[in-house]
Design a protein around this ligand. Sequence first.
Ligand SMILES: C[S@@+](CC[C@H](N)C(=O)[O-])C[C@H]1O[C@@H](n2cnc3c(N)ncnc32)[C@H](O)[C@@H]1O
Length: 459
Amino acid sequence: MEPLKIAQDPEISTNKPSPTPAEPSSEGMTDTAADKEKTPPGGLLPGETVIKEGKASILFPSANEVFYNPVQEFNRDLTCAVITEFARELLAQRGVKVVVPGEKERVVVSLSEETNEGDVQTEEKNGAEEPAVTVTVGEKYEHGLRVLEGLAASGLRSVRFALEVPGLQSVTANDFSTKAAALIARNAQYNGVSHLLQASCRDASMLMYEMRGKKERYDVIDLDPYGSPASFLDAAVQAVTEGGLLCITCTDMAVMAGNSGETCYSKYGSVSIKAKYCHEMALRIILHSLDQRAAVYQRYIQPLLSVSVDFYIRVFVRVFTGQLGGPLWAEPIHDLAFVQKVLSAVSGNPSRFGTSKRIEGVLSMVTEELEDVPLYYTVDSLSSTIHCNTPPLLQFSGGICTDLQDKRKKFQNKRKNQITDSSHLKDYPCKKFKQGTCTYGDKCCFSHNLEQTNVEKME
Ligand SMILES: C[S@@+](CC[C@H](N)C(=O)[O-])C[C@H]1O[C@@H](n2cnc3c(N)ncnc32)[C@H](O)[C@@H]1O
């Protein structure tokens, strides 16, 4: 469903004209757009003021009806910087170059010893050919990024995206307050970015749930709530594109920094504790929570930047689809001494169970597993990792079991009753012993008693 375009709200066009409108900054926008739209439709409303931040000039009503926090300028600046870099990376993969106002041709200083000291090369000269397409700020690029600001208030942040971040296809600035949404539309017009920025008046979660279809997802979702973002996270991890970017603020620092561990658990799935490192812990809690929610949809996060600033924390993470294993139990999965007792008892009394033979087989196998090596490795893949020919399995297991056994005796001598991993190999004759070259003596896991072994098993 298309977001509501508040710009067409009849209320807005019936505003009474008022005295001289404040001059918005025209830097960063095209002359035509700036010239055409620097006066708000109908002029400033009574009591309305203009606030400038970055390249944006934002109209604010006299009454404190719509949220504005000047202290968050850093948050908005940082977000523009991060999204710009994200757009640069993403669009470069599509052969598109972004042009950032004020940015000189990027300079790469070579630190290699082979080049002369102070060698400086431009990036373009280092790389291959110049990309065929370039995109600038304020320009709508059809194959560019789709951005959603879910909780936009006056639209200040979104207007700044439209004016300061190149390579955008659209910015949807959403707020469930009708006053805020009307102001967003007005600010988009005032800043000459209505071609890029749509105002939307929806519940942010509902909007994101509606847009979670693969074709409608957003490349960037910014969530900057009052307090906790917890209730928006489930929708956000679904509504962002593959490899897309989530930019999330949490201002509920009391909860995240240990003042209310239980509330923290119910919101984020982690108990916060009071500690000196509470800010970093808060960052790790929100990252964990995002990852948990992404995992529900077979997705995972890749943090790009996580910072604690002033009274809030802000994280920037990419979201990908993929299967991740774990967490798993990494400690031993059997008590080998106990298993050995069961095995001995069942083998000593085989008539007790109909499946005694099978129990013996399974438990024997258990006792032969490497105790402290979770999961398994195949000889093929190990050989390919170190680029060698794949040795025969018996030779390989004979080699490692003797070695491991020695090491375990040295380092794990607390573990009594260690069951040898090589017991089954005693059924096989030692080829080296046969040739007179075995150096392991009694420690050899193959049999040196050639008459008692089943030689056929070797062949
Ligand atoms: C902290 S302000 C956003 C500030 C803004 N991002 C900025 O940088 O100036 C939070 C806004 O979220 C809006 N809001 C709260 N809950 C919402 C919801 N469920 N859906 C949409 N908007 C919501 C409020 O009306 C408020 O304007």
